[in-house]
Design a protein around this ligand. Structure first.
Ligand code: AMP
Length: 210
């Protein structure tokens, strides 16, 4: 299965990608996580990405395309993968197509801007492994500590309210047009976000025929 997860920042792409990844035994490729790791390690890509990520802007397409090309060439991608947060612009989608990457489905998680803003204020991210939690809907077992690796949970800089608004604007302007891009190729499936993570996984599984 080669799946793209589309949806606004905070729609739950990362969470659902991890669940599907475990169920289907295929990797998740999250450009957001790759960029955050590069920023943490101070690599040249991380240094370049920092100002864009922290202000809620998109990192230039050529940087992203390079990252994805390299990651998709790794052996664990042979049986399929889930793309989380990429492509995010038409040129990124076009570049994937031009490189012969054949996607089975682009699955869009639909959610209102109001719900996103409410959600993002409670999001906590592991500073070590990038797992995400929510203070209300998905709290960690121990407050402030990651269930997965024991790392410290932090509020991502780009989850600050003003930055979330900027990211939503970018989403509507740059990323939402991808729905038409994949619709015209007969690959778009849309599902409504549900009140719980489990219920959303259920509608996704049904939509994918899993
Ligand atoms: P995410 O974790 O997917 O919400 O990504 C966090 C931030 O990383 C975004 O707000 C962008 O600044 C950057 N980013 C992640 N993926 C992409 C992409 N495909 N294209 C451009 N920028 C990206």
């Amino acid at each position: 299965m080669k799946l793209i997860l589309l949806g606004a920042p905070g729609a739950g792409k990362g969470t659902q990608a991890e669940i599907l990844s475990r169920m289907c035994s295929i990797p998740t490729i999250s450009t957001g996580n790759i960029l955050r790791a590069a920023m943490k390690n101070g690599t040249p890509i991380g240094l370049k990405a920092k100002e864009y990520v922290e202000s809620g802007k998109l990192v230039p397409d050529d940087v992203i395309i390079g990252i994805v090309r390299e990651r998709l060439a790794e052996p664990d991608c042979e049986k399929g993968y889930i793309l989380d947060g990429v492509p995010r612009t038409i040129p990124q989608a076009q570049a994937l197509e031009d490189e012969g990457v054949e996607i089975d489905t682009a699955l869009s998680i639909e959610i209102s801007d109001e719900e996103i803003i409410r959600r993002m204020s409670g999001r906590r991210t592991c500073s070590s492994c990038s797992a995400t939690f929510h203070v209300v809907s998905n709290p960690p077992k121990v407050q402030g500590i990651c269930d997965v690796c024991g790392g410290e949970l932090i509020i991502r800089k780009d989850d600050a309210p003003e930055t979330v608004k900027a990211r939503l604007e970018v989403y509507h302007a740059e990323t939402e047009p991808l729905k038409d891009f994949y619709k015209s190729r007969g690959k778009l499936i849309s599902v409504e976000n549900q009140p719980t993570i489990e219920a959303t996984t259920e509608v996704i599984m049904k939509a994918l025929g899993l």
